[in-house]
Design a protein around this ligand. Sequence first.
Ligand SMILES: NC(=O)c1ccc[n+]([C@@H]2O[C@H](COP(=O)([O-])OP(=O)(O)OC[C@H]3O[C@@H](n4cnc5c(N)ncnc54)[C@H](O)[C@@H]3O)[C@@H](O)[C@H]2O)c1
Length: 257
Amino acid sequence: MDVKKLFSLEGKKGFITGGAQGIGRTIAQAFAELGAEVAIVDINAQKAQETAAQIAAATGGRVLALPCDVADPASVGQMIEQYEKDFTTINFAVNNAGIFTGDAALDISPAAFKSVIDVNLTGMFFTAQAAARLMVKHKTGGSIISTASMSAHIINVPQTIANYCATKAAVVHLSKGLAVEWAKYNIRVNCISPGYIQTELIASLKDLLPIWSAKMPEGSRLGYPEDLIGAFVYFASDASLFANGTELVIDGGYTIL
Ligand SMILES: NC(=O)c1ccc[n+]([C@@H]2O[C@H](COP(=O)([O-])OP(=O)(O)OC[C@H]3O[C@@H](n4cnc5c(N)ncnc54)[C@H](O)[C@@H]3O)[C@@H](O)[C@H]2O)c1
């Protein structure tokens, strides 16, 4: 058994949504370091371009930016068309773009409620579908990985993000449904549910860090994007060929209490 080959991403290609910053960026860099060709898919076209150029320079790998609003299926369609022109085939898709608004449930407007569903759930589905269609077309099979959240299992406090939590629970269960439908095409669909990870997403909530830490097993710390690399590499690599419909909760022990 060649363990290094098992975890290698040499010769694999795919996209990472929300890859311009935060968790997605770290995963893009890690995948490129392990030999993958990566498309950074992000609504922030300029940042995606900068990130792609920086990762390509740091790793020597092929990293391209593809602007896309995952909440808009037409934009996802254009993105995958361009992806196919640039990369031809796809081995992995990381559906990672996600947002929250923080509006209290009594006050949230229909537009704000829908915006979170559109990115976190609809966006996850249509980027997964786009990748799966390409995997089926080229008969390659592949690995679809979505960033869910521990919020699929707990309700975060003192924030007011009930609808965010609902979308993440939906991502976990939708992944299982897709895993069942697409197993016959040799497509695996799994998800990763992080606990609190210190990225720009939660930068405005930094006063809450001590409150969150206090809810974890004594001596635990909050996470960094690097803490998730192993899980994403596992699902993208051949090390996880028997993993399908699986959720990996990586939260420093937050949800066990
Ligand atoms: N940070 C955490 O504590 C944490 C915990 C659990 C789960 N997550 C999840 O991890 C994922 C990444 O989070 P992060 O902390 O890196 O966030 P982040 O805000 O740092 O980065 C998110 C990226 O997604 C992009 N994006 C936003 N809307 C988009 C859209 N409509 N189309 C395309 N790209 C879009 C942004 O431009 C940004 O580059 C999200 O799904 C989030 O819900 C984060």
